[in-house]
Design a binder for this molecule. Structure first.
Ligand code: NAD
Length: 470
């Protein structure tokens, strides 16, 4: 980040700005802001006959609710401050979307592409051992999930390593979320963060006043979108928005550059191209630009940074032309950039709201793990039977057949994926309505980010003050 402002400084200043609008008991804001504990570990793993030392962290930001929750990131550049900033965002994110967890985050200094699968498994199992030993992984206390550089595979290794260490823990499978569905995961988790970005944007476009504030009108149909980072979050968000909402993804930036097409990029094909070629260069029917970051400055309706923090800073903020910045990544806009964008009338859908889909569906997965039964198992056939009775009744009263599409709908008991998506959609709608209402109803709340922080701080503060009176 530029001008010496770290990611943690940014998050703390955003917090301070929102806390200043609230009437909190003395000292409570400091308590809520502070990171409760951080565990740093160094461990060695034998790689091809040589011991290599790895450094990792797990930060627990707020334990006002347990377990604490947050992803584990694998990257060559990760450090304690970054992990603390991400853990803080997790506390506030969970509060915004009413997920009853505290905030945590983990990081390991490792570049995944430098290691083969067997090495990565050994490293992950060793890291898990270290974290379990100190109570930083447990279904009751601290539940990790995927983040940059990790996915369902790593989560399955973590779950298996935990189970081996704690065979008598009946809830062992709930020690981590984002697992493959066949390993205790839940369908819809891998798409969840991108899906949440789609639902969040849809809800924004259902608020004409907010849309007008950004200088836009209408819905997502035909909107020109630029995406940075076509990983888990960026890929799902871009795919759903283009395939289901009629938006046009006019540019995608990746590590090796950007591809541009005014007609709209085929996200499925681009993702396959990246898998095969390691980058976007050479993708057919699109213009290639080596300086990928420059497409952040494209004239477009919505910019979705979905890669890493600090991508829009004081240096490039004034050149951003997008009307809406949808923060799929954590911390993509620094506090200094935030001020500049605000002064130019941009609307930012903040990370602590917009990318909360992942933790929301992780919550569903954890509940499923603890209840040891999949959603819908008891009632699905009953729902179908009820639908059948309604169809029969309508037929006997009207003498006509119920239209096929409606009959189909009535006959299908909700499956797991439909339930997960319904719960996520509801969560994203309600949270947006709450933050939008705070933004418009309080004079000292200038934007959605401050509104989201204020909402989160209020909820956590209420928890502390109520506890003090018990
Ligand atoms: P990922 O590793 O799957 O994808 C990140 C993508 O960004 C990769 O394709 C990578 O090549 C690309 N990238 C990296 N550096 C880049 C650069 N300088 N320019 C352009 N592209 C670059 O990670 P992810 O899980 O999709 O996470 C992305 C962001 O979303 C992170 O900020 C993460 O903290 C946040 N997030 C993820 C989840 C989740 O469920 N995975 C949940 C909430 C928030």
């Amino acid at each position: 980040m530029t001008s010496g402002t770290t990611f943690l400084d940014s998050v703390n200043r955003m917090f301070d700005r929102a806390a200043a609008t609230l009437d909190l008991p003395p000292g409570l804001a400091d308590q809520i802001k502070a990171c409760n504990s951080v565990y740093q570990v160094k461990f060695a793993v034998e790689i091809d006959g040589e011991y290599q030392v790895f450094t990792g962290w797990r930060a627990t930001h707020s334990e006002h609710r347990l377990p604490v929750k947050g992803g584990i990131r694998y990257a060559s550049v990760v450090d304690q401050e970054e992990v603390e900033a991400l853990a803080a965002l997790m506390s506030f994110k969970c509060a915004v979307v009413d997920v009853p967890f505290g905030g945590s985050k983990g990081g390991l200094c490792v570049e995944p592409k430098d290691y083969n699968v067997e090495h990565l498994e050994r490293i992950t199992r060793r890291f898990t051992q270290e974290l379990v030993g100190k109570g930083y992984i447990s279904p009751a206390l601290n539940v990790p999930a995927p983040d940059v550089g990790t996915g369902a595979r790593e989560m399955a290794w973590i779950a298996d390593a935990y189970r081996t260490l704690k065979p008598d823990d009946i809830n062992a499978i709930g020690c981590v979320t984002g697992k493959p569905p066949t390993q205790g995961g839940i369908v819809g988790r891998s798409e969840a963060t991108g899906r949440g970005v789609q639902y969040g944007l849809r809800e924004f476009f259902r608020h004409p006043e907010d849309v007008k504030h950004a200088g836009l009108e209408g819905d997502l149909e035909g909107k020109r979108i630029v995406v940075q980072g076509l990983g888990n979050v960026g890929y799902h968000a871009a795919r759903f928005l283009s395939e289901e909402d009629g938006a046009k993804i006019v540019a995608v930036a990746e590590r090796d550059g950007a591809v541009i097409s005014e007609k709209g990029l085929d996200i499925e094909a681009l993702s396959a191209h990246i898998r095969e070629n390691g980058g976007v260069r050479g993708f057919a029917n699109a213009e290639y630009q080596e300086n990928g970051k420059s497409v952040l400055e494209f004239d477009c309706d919505v910019l979705i940074p979905a890669a890493l923090e600090g991508q829009i800073d004081a240096e490039n903020a004034a050149r951003i032309q997008a009307r809406v910045i949808a923060e799929a990544a954590n911390g993509p806009v620094t506090i200094d950039a935030d001020d500049i964008l605000h002064s130019k009338g941009k609307v930012i859908l903040p990370d602590l709201y917009l990318n909360a889909g992942g933790v929301t569906v992780s919550y569903f997965e954890w509940i499923k793990n603890l209840s040891h039964i999949r959603f819908g198992r008891m009632e699905r056939r009953l729902d179908e039977l009820r639908g059948q009775k309604i169809i029969e009744l309508l037929h006997s009263v009207t003498g006509k057949d119920v239209p096929k599409e409606i009959a189909q709908h009535l006959l299908e008991g909700a499956d797991q994926l439909a339930l997960v998506r319904s719960g996520l959609d509801d969560t994203m709608r309600i949270a947006y309505q709450e933050i939008s209402s705070i933004w418009h109803s309080r004079n000292d709340v200038p934007d959605l980010r401050t509104a989201a922080f204020a909402l989160a701080i209020e909820k956590i503060a209420r928890y502390y003050t109520e506890m003090a009176h018990i």
